[in-house]
Design a protein around this ligand. Structure first.
Ligand code: F0G
Length: 526
């Protein structure tokens, strides 16, 4: 029995076997992965999945590989934590001009390094809550001072009473006719409880920000989040339309608790209401990958900026998948004028060989002292930092030739896929994405005449059936995003050729015909 199946992923392995995806890849080079067909023959697979976005320049790129070998041979220190890490410093410095140019912020960015995408998201979350905590601390002091003043005012004038608004009288009946001591105790308790409320995070529909205990709470896919819902973190998943309505005053879905701050005015002693920063962060992916390949627009970016300003919370761009060049610019968000306060990167930044993530926070938003609280054994390691720095150099070579190649290839692929969509609108529902992060959405097959197609569609597994078919019949590797079973995600490397685009289109066209004529035999031919 296969040990992976036996000891690591019993359920997943069984699923992989059932759809012909149980390949054992023994070699990876450039755009290709290789497995043995069991009869001694090596089979070549065109990898259009790019390690879910982690491989932009191809598998085992010779220059990056040589660099890794050189670093090992030079006995480079990898585990010299708690010292000055020059590799991390040099990488952070290299990121500065890119981040400034692409976000439009003129200030430096502080970089917290990690090892994975989800870890980076968790670090961003931690930071946003620390920074919210610092603001709450100031408000808490303000509340204490105001209450002291209230005590003094009552002591000076025993007939003084609070002038409550109608709404306040309704919301806080305990304050009507309260004695001075009772009023002080009530306001003090109210403020303490407001300041203790856990933060709210806002994420978008179809969001995917990772699968760790905190980041999973920001991942919209119910299947992944549901079993862990009791672990905390309050997240509101919203559409851009909902955020737009928020800008116009519709706060029905969002609690905005306020402190009561007693203040002497001409009208007498009033309770000023000051909304606390209840939202710790607003998180977005400029191009969502795992949720089904949805890209934000310029208009969406404007709404996000308004919400960020209105709520006084940081806007976090999770560019783990869409960034590092995958969409044709260093940050996908720069194509729509997105101006995030934090940028989260990982995946491709590791040059396809190392595990690295980074949270870059603009210095105006940086919570002093955070770097002392946040660390990890494997973060800032020399190998991944040096590979990532070389990766950035590669993106910049020849005036950014790599990025223009991503844009050109992405455009050629998009045009070809859109043509296919026009020919098979009954089978393909939509083509979307940016650069080399594209998605093909299939029409609903829930009522298809063919039993197998209907049942796999019903189980949200149509994309998996098609994936197995493309791999076994055409030697092409793609996969559906885990939260969108009727979408095929296409994330090729920069080595893609026109001939390979044609091969993909040919394979997809055969598949479209099989779906149109419900030819289960052809689709199951693996
Ligand atoms: N954020 C985004 C936008 C991602 O796409 C991913 C991973 C993560 C965070 C988490 O990164 O896996 O290194 O912990 N996306 C993969 C996918 C798994 O299917 O697209 P990780």
């Amino acid at each position: 029995m296969n040990h992976y199946l036996q000891y690591c992923k019993p359920s997943l392995s069984a699923a992989l076997t059932s759809i012909g995806l149980d390949k054992v890849y023994h070699r990876a080079e450039g755009q290709y992965l290789y497995y043995s067909n069991g009869l001694g023959a090596e089979k070549q697979v065109l990898d259009l999945l790019g390690g879910y976005g982690a491989v932009l320049f191809g598998h085992n790129d010779p220059a990056f590989r040589q660099q890794a070998v050189d670093l090992l041979q030079a006995n480079t220190p990898f585990h010299h934590q708690f010292s000055i890490r020059n590799g991390a410093g040099a990488l952070a410095e290299k990121l500065q001009p890119l981040l400034r140019k692409e976000t439009g912020w003129p200030e430096p960015f502080r970089c917290a390094f990690t090892s994975t995408g989800a870890e980076s998201v968790e670090v961003a979350i931690k930071h946003s809550e620390m920074s919210r905590g610092q603001k709450l601390e100031l408000l808490s002091k303000q509340s204490e001072r105001a209450l002291e003043q209230l005590g003094l005012a009552f002591a000076e004038n025993t007939t003084l009473s609070l002038a409550l608004s109608e709404a306040q009288a309704m919301l806080h009946p305990e304050l009507t006719n309260a004695s001075s001591d009772q009023a002080i105790a009530y306001v003090s308790k109210h403020n303490a409880s407001v300041l203790q409320q856990p933060p709210v995070f806002i994420a978008l529909e179809h969001a995917f920000h990772g699968k760790l205990t905190t980041s999973i709470q920001l991942t919209h896919g119910i299947m992944y989040r549901q079993p862990f819902r009791r672990l905390g973190l309050r997240t509101e998943f919203v559409s851009i339309a909902q955020l737009e309505r928020l800008c116009h005053g519709d706060t029905t879905w969002l609690d905005r608790p306020s402190l009561l701050l007693p203040k002497k005015t001409k009208k007498g002693l009033v309770l000023e209401e000051v909304a606390i920063p209840s939202v710790a962060a607003l998180l977005v992916e400029p191009v969502q990958g795992e949720g089904g390949v949805y890209a934000l627009t310029e208009a969406d970016a404007k709404v996000l900026h308004r919400v960020r300003d209105m709520l006084g919370c940081p806007l976090i761009a999770d560019e783990v998948q869409s960034g590092s060049g995958r969409c044709g610019s260093f940050l996908a968000g720069s194509q729509i004028g997105l101006k995030p306060d934090y940028v989260v990167l990982s995946k491709a930044l590791g040059a396809g060989l190392s595990k690295l993530g980074v949270v870059a926070i603009r210095s105006g938003q940086y919570a002093e002292g955070f770097d002392i609280l946040q660390s990890s054994t494997f973060a800032e390691d020399e190998m991944s930092c040096q590979l990532a720095a070389a990766y950035l150099d590669r993106l910049a070579e020849d005036d950014g030739r790599a990025l223009s190649t991503v844009r050109e290839l992405g455009e050629a692929l998009l045009v070809a896929l859109k043509e296919l969509h026009q020919t098979y609108p009954d089978v393909i529902k939509d083509i979307r994405g940016k650069g080399l992060l594209l998605g093909v959405e299939f029409q609903d097959q829930d009522h298809a005449p063919a039993h197998l197609i209907r049942t796999s569609a019903y189980q949200g597994a149509l994309g998996y059936l098609l994936t197995g078919h493309l791999l076994n019949e055409h030697g092409i590797r793609v996969a559906p995003p885990a939260s969108a079973g009727n979408v095929l995600r296409i994330e090729p490397t920069i080595l893609l050729t026109q001939q390979q685009i044609d091969e993909l289109i040919y394979a997809l066209e055969r598949m479209c015909l099989a779906l149109r004529y419900q030819d289960t035999g052809y689709l199951m031919h693996f």
